[in-house]
Design a protein around this ligand. Structure first.
Ligand code: NAD
Length: 337
């Protein structure tokens, strides 16, 4: 039994808490919001996001970081936009060398940094591990068999996460390709939004398969240019996560896209989902980064025009279909425009 501190008491933080408690760990859940802590302590259930799944009485839920002293592992489960500030809060009291894992998926707005780089800046004395893969909170909490990757520049830290969190319902593979794991996890949310748009429009299966397949191709193109290994995009954090988010009603990105496909304005659709729709900010960051790096990302480009500039979806689809002819497998001389 180990002491684990989970920072972020939303859908995934709660799911990880319930699962890890079931497999014998002592769990503390932290949230910066007193009203959220009060609600969870009162209901012992996340009624909005994980209804019907009890949070065991001995899972401590708090706004204080006092429990940190005994923690052997800290896990950040906050929206990607809150990773830097949460890591900075943690840095004030976390003992050095305690591994800090993170399940958030996104790129930092403005700097275009992957979240492990953000965390390393704020927590330079702690090894960082990124956990990613097809892992909806609703299913992790219910014990459905789930597989993820724990990626780190420190093999020992990745294996600590594997040792502590892996159980009969949650299988963890380790990887040293942090960059690949992060680009796959962050950018698949854009494709999931677009897949939802297609579903909202009532498009065909061919179109969705095309979006997913060409989507992972351009995610890999950017990822490889940023230092990732190409094969990572064929793994759990790449195609695995893309499949689950584009197909599942648990995906908030896909549900947001469905609303947009049905005619709701993008910003209004994001507000209606009312939870972290990571694909929306990520579309803007990826669009800007791709332009800066001169990487060809036609789907991200059209998603940006639709989501941020009000471009008609039919016109975006037509522009994608009528582009100049290309090879399916682009070689290096085709990577840039
Ligand atoms: N929900 C899932 O199935 C799932 C699965 C894998 C990864 N993720 C990723 O995990 C991250 C968290 O997702 P979630 O579904 O738990 O989100 P959520 O919106 O349900 O919960 C996030 C929690 O983070 C905390 N938080 C919110 N804003 C904060 C702030 N400004 N500062 C500090 N803490 C703050 C709160 O406790 C909040 O409940 C996201 O990046 C998401 O992409 C989610």
């Amino acid at each position: 039994m180990s002491n684990i501190l989970i920072m972020g008491a939303g859908g995934f933080g709660t799911a990880l808490a319930v699962m890890s408690r079931k497999f014998g760990h002592k769990i503390t859940m932290w949230s910066p919001f007193p009203e959220e802590v009060e609600m969870l302590c009162r209901d012992r259930e996340h009624k909005k996001l994980l209804a019907g799944i009890p949070i065991p009485a001995d899972v401590e839920i708090t706004t204080s970081l006092e429990a940190l002293g005994g923690a052997e592992l800290v896990i950040l489960a906050v929206p990607s936009a809150a990773v830097r500030s949460t890591a900075a809060t943690l840095a004030k009291s976390v003992p050095e060398r305690i591994p800090v894992a993170c399940v958030s998926k996104g790129l930092e707005a403005g700097t275009y940094k992957i979240l492990s780089d953000v965390m390393e800046e704020e927590l330079p004395r702690n090894p960082i591990v990124m956990i990613s893969g097809p892992s909806h909170a609703e299913e992790v909490a219910r014990g459905y068999p789930t597989t993820v990757v724990a990626a780190s520049r420190s093999r020992a830290a990745a294996e600590t996460v594997q040792d502590l969190l892996m159980n009969e319902t949650f299988r963890i593979y380790v990887s040293d390709d942090v960059v690949g794991v992060e680009y796959g996890g962050a950018l698949k949310n854009i494709i999931a939004l677009a897949a939802g748009i297609l579903d909202g429009l009532g498009s065909g299966d061919n179109t969705k398969a095309a979006l997913m397949t060409r989507g992972i191709a351009e995610i890999a193109r950017l990822g490889v240019a940023m230092g990732a290994k190409a094969e990572t995009f064929a793994g759990l954090s790449g195609i695995g996560d893309l499949i689950v988010t584009c197909a599942s009603m648990h995906s908030r990105n896909r549900r947001c896209g469905i609303l947009i496909g049905e005619g709701v304005e993008p910003a209004e659709a994001v507000a209606r989902i009312g939870m972290t729709v990571e694909g929306y900010p990520c579309t803007k960051v990826a669009y800007e980064l791709a332009r800066q790096q001169k990487i060809y990302m036609p789907i991200v480009e059209q998603a940006y025009h639709v989501l941020y500039e009000g471009k008609d979806i039919a016109a975006a689809t037509k522009d994608l279909m009528e582009r100049p002819k290309r090879h399916e497998s682009e070689t290096i001389w085709l990577l840039t425009r």
